[in-house]
Design a protein around this ligand. Structure first.
Ligand code: IFM
Length: 730
């Protein structure tokens, strides 16, 4: 059994000012949906939000967004004639806890009402991992006088996305102790069926009624209590959408009808067992650093809670299912930052996430075509169809009369290689030939075709170039020959040729079918090699420095240290233009390349580039994707203390809100990066021909680091003990 140490995230007081941050932290989910940790009763400024994977609808500016589903949390209590609220009366005791072992969110409150009556209330909820359509709530109430209790719950279809409404009403009705609602998204026409059942167990039942308010069917139950009575309220809600079934409304009602009168216990037991199995595959143990240990488990919990287990047509957005940030859009964050965690611990989930890219290939082909290229160009921001959904213009953050042009959707092209990198990594780690044959190869070949058509021949330099791009470092746009993009493009083209050769040998009929489908001939394959071998690449022979893009070394030199202490990013301080003219990076670019393609960096090159770019990166307020990668490379150059500083920036991004933006949702890429920092940084995991090997570089105060992976179908556990002197462990 998993003991309690470093498994529980706790809140000890109710602070309305930080409630949106707390909602993010207390998000629960089951891979089908995610629900922010809003309270059962309502408070001003709250963002009570549930996102269901794949339920997107059109919206101005950001094109499409995940839709806020009907609220399943709503439950108001009338206690002896007074409405329970943390803003009224007196809070005698308060503790909210998220148990990461099983995703149970509980809140224990001792409350004295304005009239002076005392109540003990325990709220509990979980989103079933065994049946992801079921959402469970229980409220246990103890009365200290003879009194009445009334419970109201509304299944409201009137939810919005930050004031934008997506749902239209189709119908509603009532069953035995239950209510149902049938809705449809306005533009995409996705139907949702929701049903909820309310039961009071214990007390002297007085009445149970239903209010047929349009778009807000409400159940009301009342009971009589004696002093000392403990009563349990159980509420189970079911959601289905037309993405899973043709009749979601009946499916939701049937799901409730098949449950016993008291369903919590049975649902809870199978749910808790399912979570235990999840952790058996991936738990990380750190001894000597409780704060980091909890933060790591929190990150893994949030990734697991958002991981689609039954659906291969969805992926995990930049904020997972925990907030409005980036509106549910999928970036390279998934493939490069989150996916390794799944590939090496839950490969079936990694397969689903990669299959999403296969199912959205048509969108990527459309993007390439519309830009005048061949093959498949993946969207920088992707949603249901794979078409580009990056907003083109967004309002200026401080001056509302101005708009800012966002270029990432036009020219941040490295994502197409990143997707292939993740496929390759998955294939190497799992040996899942079936995936490569039926899905991966097609993606690889069509992306190679994109790169070859996008490359521009420069007769003067005798090189193929990629001009006018954005590399990972988004402080600099419209740059030429970004080292990361060029190196990943070369890797992608050469690896696509390897994949083609392998397929020809292993499955000649499939290779022939793909050649026909994509109209690929030998000339085109030969051109891929020619382009790959002549891609622009510049490295200073003496220093080993790789220039991030042409002209980077001439950008205005800024001394980052001289600007400390700061509370803003370099882009906020200098403005968009100012940051672009300067040599400061938002996030690792050459260092990112060193992580993904270590074979390009000998020891001297790695150290030189790490030192150089590390000093010029906006670690604290630049991108949250950066610190975990810097931590890994700091380990590789033998700097565990520096690695630990970087690691903490990533690890505390959500729990301690070090960037001040956790209210928008969790930093899911950073969460995945944290796992990589543990395993590939501090653990020093590498895959040798004989199998996985570690070369640890533990922070001095860590006594022990334990983690598990799965490699080629075999489980491996690494148990690394720090030597008393620190640094290297064994
Ligand atoms: O994908 C990232 C990008 O690297 C930096 N800006 C935020 C995006 C979404 O997380």
């Amino acid at each position: 059994m998993l003991n309690e140490r470093n498994w529980i995230v706790t809140e000890t007081c109710f602070d309305p000012k930080s409630q949106n941050h707390a909602e993010t932290i207390f998000t629960i989910g089951n891979g089908y949906l995610g629900t922010r940790g809003a309270h059962e009763e309502r408070y001003p400024g709250e963002e009570r939000t549930t996102f269901i994977h794949g339920v997107f609808d059109d919206v101005p500016i950001v094109f499409t967004e995940l839709v806020n589903a009907p609220d399943w949390l709503d439950l108001t209590l009338n206690l002896g004639g007074e409405w329970f609220s943390l803003s009224e009366g007196e809070i005698l005791a308060y503790q909210r806890q998220l148990d990461l072992r099983n995703g149970l969110l509980s809140r224990r409150v001792e409350w004295r009402s304005p009239r002076g009556a005392c109540w003990h209330i325990l709220f509990e909820r979980f989103a079933s991992l065994t049946n992801p359509h079921l959402l469970c709530q229980r409220v246990t109430i103890k009365a200290f006088e003879d009194t009445t209790l009334e419970v109201r719950t509304t299944l409201s279809g009137d939810t919005d996305n930050l004031n934008y409404k997506h749902w239209e009403w189709i119908g509603q009705g009532f069953g035995q102790n239950s209510a149902w609602l049938h809705l449809r998204t306005r533009s995409t026409g996705i139907e949702l069926g929701a049903a909820t059942r309310l039961s009071i167990l214990g007390g002297q039942k007085l009445r149970q009624t239903a209010w047929d308010t349009r778009n807000a069917p409400t159940l009301v139950a009342a009971t009589q209590l004696k002093s000392g009575d403990v009563v349990e309220i159980e509420k189970i809600t079911a959601f289905y959408t037309s993405r899973e079934t043709t009749d979601p409304q009946s499916a939701a009602r049937r799901a409730l009808e098949s449950l016993p009168v008291s369903a919590w216990k049975g649902l809870w037991e199978s749910h808790a067992r399912a979570w235990q199995r999840e952790w058996e595959a991936c738990d990380v143990v750190i001894e000597g650093d409780d704060r980091a240990h909890l933060a790591v488990r929190f990150s893994l919990f949030q990734l697991l809670a958002a991981a689609p287990r039954q659906d291969e047509r969805v992926s995990i957005g930049a904020k997972a299912l925990s907030g409005y940030g980036y509106r549910g859009h999928v970036f390279w964050d998934t493939e490069i930052f989150m996916l390794p965690f799944f590939t090496y611990t839950r490969p079936e989930i990694a397969r689903n996430l990669l299959s999403y890219r296969f199912h959205t290939l048509e969108g990527a082909r459309k993007k390439a075509r519309e830009n005048g290229f061949k093959g498949a160009q993946f969207a920088w921001e992707s949603a249901a169809t794979g078409e580009e959904v990056t907003p083109t213009w967004v309002p200026h953050p401080t001056d509302r009369t101005r708009l800012i042009r966002i270029w990432t959707g036009d020219i941040q092209i490295h994502i197409s290689a990143d997707v292939c990198y993740a496929i390759w990594q998955y294939w190497q780690a799992t040996g899942d030939d079936d995936f490569m044959i039926h899905r991966g190869a097609e993606i690889f070949l069509d992306v190679a075709r994109f790169w070859a058509s996008r490359a521009e021949w420069n007769a003067e330099t005798g090189c193929y170039e990629f001009t006018d791009v954005i590399g990972p470092d988004e402080y600099h746009d419209h740059v030429d020959n970004n080292a990361y993009t060029n190196a990943l493009a070369r890797w992608q083209l050469l690896t696509a040729l390897k994949v083609m050769n392998w397929l020809q040998e292993r499955k000649p009929d499939k290779a022939a079918a793909l050649r026909r489908l994509l109209e690929l001939d030998e000339n085109e394959l030969a051109r891929w090699r020619e382009v790959a071998e002549k891609i622009y690449w510049k490295q200073d022979a003496a220093s080993g420095l790789i220039e991030q893009f042409e002209g980077y070394f001439q950008r205005r030199q800024i001394d980052l240290q001289a600007l400390e202490p700061r509370t803003q990013s370099i882009q906020s301080l200098l403005g968009i233009e100012g940051a672009s003219e300067a040599n400061i990076l938002k996030q690792p670019d050459v260092v990112m390349l060193a992580y993904l393609l270590p074979e390009l960096f000998d020891e001297k090159t790695l150290r030189a580039n790490y030192e150089y770019y590390n000093a010029r990166t906006d670690h604290t307020f630049g991108s949250s994707l950066g610190p975990a990668i810097h931590a890994i490379i700091a380990c590789r150059v033998g700097k565990p203390d520096e690695a630990y500083q970087h690691f903490l920036r990533a690890a505390l991004a959500d729990l301690e809100d070090v960037r001040g933006n956790a209210h928008d949702g969790i930093h899911a890429a950073s969460a995945g990066g944290i796992w990589q920092a543990i395993v590939f940084g501090f653990g020093g995991l590498k895959f040798e021909p004989e199998g996985p090997k570690v070369n640890p570089c533990l922070p001095r105060h860590w006594r022990r680091l334990k983690f598990r992976i799965s490699y080629r179908g075999q489980p491996y556990e690494f148990d690394l003990l720090n030597s008393p002197a620190g640094g290297k462990g064994g």
